[in-house]
Structure formats: structure tokens, C-alpha cells
Design a protein. Structure first.
Length: 266
């Protein structure tokens, strides 16, 4: 498995410094939070995109994914959602990233209604993503927190080359889904696993890996035994918790912790 971290943990940090941290601490890739307050976002012009792609290539670090904020199950017309997906797909392709993170975002809509919107939009957007060699990854999050929720949508949407899943370890756990059930539901779709740690279900502030309650070891053992060999991305949500410890000082210990767990799981 290859290791990455998200720029959500180092909000606003210039990309050259992000790449320096990745190289210094042995991470293979970086997930790029795509937002106007960050160095990477859909408003970048062609020259800026080309420059960023060159920086990644020169550093030998992969731009793992573009973490966007499109919500595929949200109420409203389809076209603004589809336009957002195309916009993020183009950004990912221009940077050399093969993935775009999307949220469900169904809110309080009935499950059937939210699922139908997500399926319809993902199925419509997938061919464009496939043409640009990008996968749209639906994350276990908000209205669809469990593996079964996300799998239900992806099974109906099809397009396995253009669509996939992100297993954010926290949300299925908060939803009461056992890791074995999450993995079983997502296995055929699983592209990336977001690792993290928190103090409790009531206190979700980010902690160093291994310092909290999330079943990280159990999850990595499941992945290893299941023959899964994808990306592990540390999503340290510093952006939402400014009081949390700084990520750069945790990257080295975090990588060593993951490597120990992977060794134990082998």
C-alpha cells in the first residue's frame, strides 16, 4: 500500500513546502484540497496547472486526488452538479491526478430520493471522467456514512472505470458499521482509504495516528488479508480544528505507525 496525506492538515501551505514534507517523511502522494482558499482550486489557469504538475513530477510525488466539495445527492437541478464534476475532473486531469473526491450531501432527503439523484449524476458524469482518465470517488460521509450506503449508489450507477469509493474510517464507525461489513460492501469499488484518529464519538478533533479510538489496526488487517493494495491517505482535519497539533511534526511518527501496523497485518 502507498501512503499519502491531505493538504487539509496543512491549510494554505504552498505546494513546494507540501512536497518537501512529503519527500522528507516518505509519503508517496498528496491529496489536494480543492478550494479557493487553498493553492489548488478550479479557478487556476492553464499555466498555473502546468506549473503544479511539473512540481509534482520533479519531486517524484503523486497528486493522489483532488478533494472537491460537489455533493452528488443534494437537492436541486442536475446541471450545476454535473458542471462542478466536470470542472473538478478537468483540474485533476491537468494536474496528473487520477481521482476526484465527491461527497453525497443528501441532507434530509428521503434515502430513495437521495440515492436516485446521486446515481443519475454519477452515471452521467462517469463517461467524461473516463475519457480524461479520472475516477470520481464517492466518500463515506454525511448522508451516506456507511459502506453499504455508498455501495448501494455505486452498484446502481455502474461505470466501474470512472467511479469508485473512498472509505473514510471515521464515518462508518460513527454510524455503527463494523469494519468487516464496510470492507465487504466496498471491496469491489474501493480506491482509497482515509486514515485518521479521534478521541471519541463525541470528540472528533484530529489526533496523532494511534492516539485515539478508531480501529485503524483492524481495518489495515482487513485490507491486507483481503489483498487490497491501494492508497492510504491520512486526512488530518486541522483546517476545522486550529487548536489541534501541527501536522508536519506528526508526519514522521504517523508514517512509522502505519508501517508497523502494516507489518503486523502481513
Amino acid at each position: 500500500m502507498k501512503l499519502a496525506f491531505s493538504t487539509l492538515g496543512v491549510p494554505g501551505l504552498p505546494i513546494p513546502e507540501v512536497l518537501r514534507l512529503a519527500v522528507a517523511h516518505g509519503y508517496h502522494g498528496v491529496e489536494l484540497r480543492a478550494h479557493p482558499e487553498e493553492p489548488v482550486h478550479p479557478g487556476l489557469g492553464p499555466a498555473e496547472r502546468a506549473s503544479l504538475a511539473t512540481l509534482f513530477q520533479s519531486a517524484g510525488v503523486e497528486p493522489l486526488s483532488v478533494a472537491g466539495y460537489v455533493r452528488v445527492a443534494e437537492p436541486g437541478p442536475d446541471e450545476p452538479v454535473l458542471a462542478g464534476l466536470r470542472e473538478l475532473t478537468d483540474l485533476a486531469a491537468d494536474l496528473g491526478a487520477g481521482r476526484v473526491r465527491v461527497f453525497p450531501g443528501g441532507g434530509e432527503r428521503p434515502e430513495e430520493e437521495a440515492d436516485a439523484a446521486a446515481v443519475r449524476r454519477l452515471a452521467a458524469a462517469a463517461p467524461y471522467a473516463e475519457d480524461r482518465k479520472v475516477r470520481l470517488l464517492l466518500e463515506t460521509h454525511d448522508s451516506h456514512p456507511t459502506g453499504h450506503d455508498v455501495a448501494r449508489v455505486l452498484n446502481a450507477a455502474g461505470h466501474v472505470d470512472g467511479l469508485g469509493a473512498i472509505w473514510d474510517l471515521m464515518h462508518p464507525w460513527l454510524g455503527g458499521e463494523e469494519p468487516t461489513d464496510t470492507f465487504a460492501a466496498l471491496a469491489s469499488h474501493l480506491d482509497c482509504v482515509q486514515v485518521k484518529d479521534i478521541a471519541s464519538a463525541e470528540d472528533t478533533r484530529p489526533l496523532p495516528l494511534g492516539a485515539g479510538v478508531l480501529p485503524l489496526g483492524e481495518c489495515l488487517e482487513l485490507l491486507s488479508r483481503g489483498g487490497w493494495d491501494g492508497w492510504l491517505c491520512w486526512e488530518y482535519e486541522k483546517r476545522w480544528h486550529p487548536e489541534a497539533a501541527e501536522l508536519p511534526e506528526l508526519l514522521g511518527p504517523g508514517r512509522r505507525h502505519l508501517m508497523r501496523l502494516l507489518s503486523d497485518a502481513a
